[in-house]
Design a protein around this ligand. Sequence first.
Ligand SMILES: Nc1ncnc2c1ncn2[C@@H]1O[C@H](COP(=O)(O)OP(=O)(O)O)[C@@H](O)[C@H]1O
Ligand SMILES: [Mg+2]
Length: 379
Amino acid sequence: MPDGYYVGLISGTSVDAMDAVLVRFNPHARGGVDVVATHSAPPPAGLRDALLAANGPDHRLRFAEYGRLDQAVAQWAAAAARAVCDKASVALEDLAGIGSHGQTVWHAPDDTPGFSLQLGQGARIAAETNATVVSDFRSMDLALGGQGAPLVCACHGALFGQAEQARAVVNIGGIANITQLAPGADRDVLKIRGFDTGPGNGLMDEWIARHRDAAFDADGAWAATGRIDRPLLDALLAEPYFARAAPKSTGRDWFNLAWLDAHLDRLTHEVTPVDVQTTLAELTAITIARAVHDGESRVDTVYLCGGGAHNAYLAARIAAHVAPADVTVTDDLGVAGDWLEAIAFAWLARERLAGRPGNAPYVTGAARPALLGAVYSAG
Ligand SMILES: Nc1ncnc2c1ncn2[C@@H]1O[C@H](COP(=O)(O)OP(=O)(O)O)[C@@H](O)[C@H]1O
Ligand SMILES: [Mg+2]
């Protein structure tokens, strides 16, 4: 039997859209979840720029501005929740819960003590939807010494961990993360490994925006026309983050244009913009492939999800580096890769409301499994 309706909401590091899903978890459904409706809500005018400015290198964010952005993201999230329910004619009162990740503006898991800030106040979302809202998913894991990220891994384990061979799930957002699933990972959270591999689409998006007036490199068509610049690639790969052992997680406050520009400045030769784009795609592909090979068991199939799965050039480069493992998309397992991250936050809300832990301790490094998220109810 499927259980109640849940909404999952996330805006990732790309700040391209608030992704909203309306789902019911159903052990008999292919992939374990029925996706009832989906909705993608671009940020309201000005909000994307304000959010990017707030965590840019020259930020001067004041508390008042922080508070206003917290409310604006919450209103954006609440509107997306209402819209996705409207699409399926499901009443907000019929929701078992909403899981809202919010918008990360600062991720500092390696500070002492570590922390991670997501905007999108849960109380506001609860008041505007009359639903029970779970938000602030990362803080408890961080308080227990974890990275608070990546949090999608436990859901990947629950949905995809029943196979008899090892699987890797790679979510390519602004930042990319991997989940390594040993057989039986659906029943044992300790069989799940994972971490942020580093840049996903984020650097490629920023680079093409600077040079071509495009928000992203559609299908990787621009990158496909350039050449890999070996010295630049080697310099980028020398970044200590890549050699660090898991648990580890990162964000755009680490991998951004300032980081790339610093590397370009140190080169003794010029690299054309298109070759930089090709090299950035290669950086993403190689760091993902290394993560696939880094698991304890040999992976037969790599399942891509997130927006980067649409980048055909990038997917081909990943396939070249992970061969003989196959590369496909989570859609092949019955779950649309475009919506999997939002589904994961619906799943995390369900786990929280059922009183079950939501973290995979070997992924985040937290001292123990823990209830994730704060619960808000306006009723
Ligand atoms: N057709 C496509 N070709 C290449 N890249 C794409 C395509 N569609 C989406 N993307 C990439 O996916 C990104 C959005 O992915 P998403 O999973 O929403 O990331 P995030 O979780 O960071 O918001 C876009 O910024 C873009 O880089
Ligand atoms: Mg997105």
